[in-house]
Design a protein around this ligand. Structure first.
Ligand code: C2E
Ligand code: MG
Ligand code: MG
Length: 582
C-alpha cells in the first residue's frame, strides 16, 4: 500500500467548500473591518433576521445576543471579534440568541480564530457558532430533576435554599415584606410506615403534600427535605398575625384524619418557625433556626408551634457554649431543685416530693430541664449533675424529716439517667450519698424511664436488685410513652409505676384511653405495683382517677413544682390539716 501524499489545500477547494457549506456549525468569515465576507448555510438559517445582531447595536433589528450570566445584551464585535482580529484564539463563549420572533432563546457556543496572510498579518477572522440548546435543555432538566423530590415532586433542599435566597434578596423591594421558614416533620412517621407498610406511608405523604399545597397561596413554596420532613417558604404573609393564621390553618388541616387504603391514620405535627425582614439573612440559618424552634415545640405538651428566638439557639457554637456554661453552673451552684408534691389521691395528703432540677441562669433566669438535660445527656454532664441532684434531694429530705416528724413516711423521688447506671460504682455512689446525708434507703425512690431497661438490661437488673436490697424503691417513669409493655415489668424489681400524663390528658375526651388506663392500673395492681398518676390538672382528671384503683397522684391541680421554701410551706400546711384543698 503506497503512502498517501498530502495535496496542497488549493487543490481541494471543492471539498473544503462542501465541508464549509454543510457544516453543522454556523461559520462566518469576517474581513479586517469586521465586514462579513462569507457565511455558510447553517449561519444563514441561524441568523434568520440577518447578521446585524452580531456587530451592530443600532441596526433597528430586535434580535439580541445576551450574556447568560448577566442577562445583558452583548455584541459579538466587542466580546470576541475585536480580540480575534488582534490575534487571539477564543474558545467556547456561551451566549443566548434571542430572536425577536421566537419565545425560545437559542443557546450558542461561539469560538473564533484569526487567519494570517503570507506576511503574518491578520487578514480574516473566522467565527464558528454551535447551537447547544439541546445539550443545555438536557442539563437544565437534569438540574431540575436533581432539585426535585421524586415521590412528591416538591423542591428538594438545594432548590429550597435557592428559593429562600431569592426571597431574602427581594425583601427590600416591598416595605413590611417578610420571609418565613416553617419547618415540621410527621411525628411517629417511622412507626406508621413500619405498621402499615411503605406504600401506605408514601400514600400518607402524598395526601399530606396535597393538604399542605391547599394551604398555600401565591409564591409560597413547600419543599420536602427528608423522609417525613417538610419546609414551607412563606412570603405571602404581611404580618406575624397573618403568618400564624396560616400556620394554625395548616395544623388544623393536617390534624384531620387521612384515609389511605381503608386505613384511617391520624398524625401530629409540631411546627418551628423563623422569620426575617432583613436582606442580610442567611437561608441556612433560617432553616436551622426553624428546626431548633420545632424541637422546642416538641418538648412542649401544649404548644403546637414555636417561633424561633435567640434563647433557643443550639447550633454547634451555641451548644458548646451551653456545655461550658452548664459545667460552670454545676460547679458554682446555679442548679436548683424544685419539688412537686406527690399526694394520696383519696385524702390529698402529701406523702413525698419529686425533685426536679432547674438552672438558675444568671442572665436568662430559671431554665427548664427540657432545655438543658438533652445537652447534659449528650455531653455526659448528666452524671455529675445527676449525683448532685441525688445528694441535694437527700439533704433537703433530711431537713424536712427533722422538721416534720409527724410525716413519718415522707420520701423524695429522684430522676436518674441511664448514664448514671453505666459505671461500675453506681450502687456505691447511691450508698455513699445516703449515708453521708443520713437518709435511709426506704425514703428514697429512684425514677427511671423504660429506655434505661432496654439499654443495658443485663447489668442493670443486678444494680437495681442491689439498690432494692438497700430498701430503695424503684419507679418506672413516664410509663406509656415508650415500649409500654407490662409483660417485661415483672422481670425488673419495680415498686411503682408512674403513668405518663398523656394518659390522663386524653382520658378526658377519649373513652378508649380511659379504658386503657383502667386496664394498666389493674395490671399494675396485679403485679403488686403502686401507681402514681402524673399530670393531674383538672377536677375532671381527679374525679376519673378516684374511680380507678390508683392511690397516688401528682399534677398542677395539687401543686406545680415549687422552690424549696414554697414546698416547705405547703408541707407545713399539709401536716397541719392533713389535707390539700385543690
Ligand atoms: P418527669 O420526671 O416526668 O417529671 C414530671 C414533669 O411533668 C415535670 O416537668 C413537671 O413539672 C411536669 N408536670 C407535673 N405535673 C404536671 C401537670 O399537671 N401538667 C403538666 N403539663 N406537666 C406537669 P419538668 O420539671 O419540666 O421536668 C421535665 C423532665 O425533665 C422530667 O420529667 C425528667 O424527665 C427530667 N428531669 C427533671 N429533673 C431531672 C433530674 O434531676 N435528672 C434527670 N435525669 N432528669 C430530670
Ligand atoms: Mg420523673
Ligand atoms: Mg414522668
Amino acid at each position: 500500500m503506497s503512502l498517501h501524499q498530502p495535496q496542497p489545500l488549493e487543490n481541494c477547494l471543492e471539498a473544503i467548500r462542501y465541508f464549509f457549506q454543510n457544516s453543522e456549525d454556523a461559520v462566518i468569515v469576517f474581513g479586517q473591518n469586521y465586514q462579513i465576507l462569507t457565511t455558510n448555510i447553517r449561519a444563514q438559517a441561524l441568523f434568520i433576521n440577518g447578521f446585524d445582531v452580531l456587530t451592530n447595536s443600532d441596526s433597528g433589528v430586535a434580535d439580541q445576543l445576551v450574556d447568560p450570566e448577566t442577562s445583558c445584551p452583548v455584541l459579538l464585535l466587542e466580546l470576541l471579534l475585536q480580540r480575534v482580529m488582534a490575534g487571539e484564539v477564543v474558545n467556547d463563549v456561551e451566549l443566548l440568541l434571542n430572536l425577536s420572533d421566537s419565545a425560545q432563546d437559542i443557546w450558542l457556543s461561539v469560538s473564533g480564530f484569526p487567519i494570517t496572510n503570507d506576511q503574518d498579518q491578520i487578514e480574516n477572522g473566522v467565527v464558528i457558532i454551535r447551537d447547544i440548546s439541546d445539550r443545555r435543555s438536557q442539563i437544565a432538566q437534569q438540574l431540575q430533576e436533581a432539585q426535585r423530590d421524586l415521590l412528591t415532586g416538591l423542591p428538594n433542599r438545594s432548590l429550597l435554599v435557592e428559593k429562600i435566597s431569592q426571597a431574602i434578596a427581594q425583601l427590600d423591594r416591598a416595605p413590611g415584606a417578610m420571609v418565613a421558614v416553617i419547618y415540621f416533620d410527621v411525628e411517629r412517621f417511622k412507626a406508621i410506615s413500619d405498621t402499615f407498610g411503605h406504600i401506605v406511608g408514601n400514600g400518607l405523604l402524598l395526601q399530606l403534600v396535597n393538604r399542605i399545597q391547599a394551604c398555600l397561596v401565591q409564591d409560597d413554596l413547600a419543599a420536602r427535605i427528608g423522609r417525613d420532613e417538610f419546609v414551607i417558604l412563606l412570603t405571602s404573609a404581611q404580618s406575624q398575625e397573618q403568618l400564624l393564621a396560616i400556620v394554625e390553618h395548616l395544623i388544623a388541616e393536617l390534624s384531620k384524619p387521612f384515609t389511605i387504603d381503608d386505613h384511617e391514620i391520624s398524625i401530629r405535627v409540631k411546627i418551628g418557625i423563623d422569620l426575617s425582614q432583613s436582606t442580610n439573612s442567611d437561608p441556612e440559618d433560617l432553616m436551622a433556626n426553624a428546626g431548633t424552634a420545632m424541637s422546642q415545640a416538641k418538648q412542649s405538651s401544649s404548644e403546637q408551634y414555636c417561633i424561633f428566638n435567640q434563647d433557643m439557639r443550639l447550633g454547634n457554637g451555641e451548644s458548646l457554649r451551653l456545655e461550658l456554661d452548664l459545667r460552670r453552673a454545676i460547679r458554682t451552684g446555679e442548679m436548683v431543685l424544685h419539688y412537686q408534691p406527690i399526694v394520696i389521691i383519696k385524702s390529698r395528703e402529701i406523702v413525698g416530693f419529686e425533685a426536679l432540677v432547674r438552672w438558675n441562669h444568671p442572665v436568662r433566669g430559671l431554665l427548664s430541664p427540657n432545655y438543658f438535660i438533652p445537652i447534659a445527656e449528650e455531653t455526659g454532664l448528666i452524671i455529675p449533675l445527676g449525683w448532685w441532684v441525688l445528694r441535694e434531694s437527700c439533704r433537703q429530705l433530711r431537713l424536712w424529716r427533722n422538721r416534720f416528724p409527724q410525716n413519718s413516711k415522707l420520701f423524695v423521688s429522684v430522676n436518674m439517667s441511664s448514664q448514671q447506671f453505666a459505671p461500675d460504682d453506681t450502687v456505691e455512689m447511691v450508698q455513699t450519698i445516703l449515708q453521708e446525708e443520713g437518709i435511709e434507703g426506704k425514703y428514697l425512690k429512684i425514677e427511671i424511664t423504660e429506655g434505661v431497661l432496654i439499654a443495658h438490661s443485663e447489668s442493670i437488673i443486678k444494680k437495681l436488685g442491689q439498690l432494692r436490697e438497700m430498701g430503695i424503691q424503684l419507679s418506672i417513669d413516664d410509663f406509656g410513652t415508650g415500649y409500654s409493655s407490662l409483660s417485661y415489668l415483672h422481670q425488673f424489681p419495680f415498686d411503682t409505676l408512674k403513668l405518663d400524663r398523656s394518659f390522663i390528658e386524653g382520658a378526658d375526651s377519649d373513652y378508649e384511653k380511659l379504658e386503657i388506663m383502667q386496664s394498666v392500673v389493674r395490671l399494675a395492681w396485679n403485679l403488686g405495683l403502686e401507681v402514681v398518676a402524673e399530670g393531674i390538672e383538672t377536677q375532671k382528671h381527679y374525679a376519673q382517677l378516684r374511680g380507678l384503683r390508683c392511690e397516688l397522684g401528682q399534677g398542677y391541680l395539687f401543686s406545680r413544682p415549687l422552690a424549696q421554701a414554697a414546698a416547705e410551706d405547703l408541707l407545713l400546711q399539709s401536716v397541719n390539716d392533713n389535707l390539700l384543698n385543690p
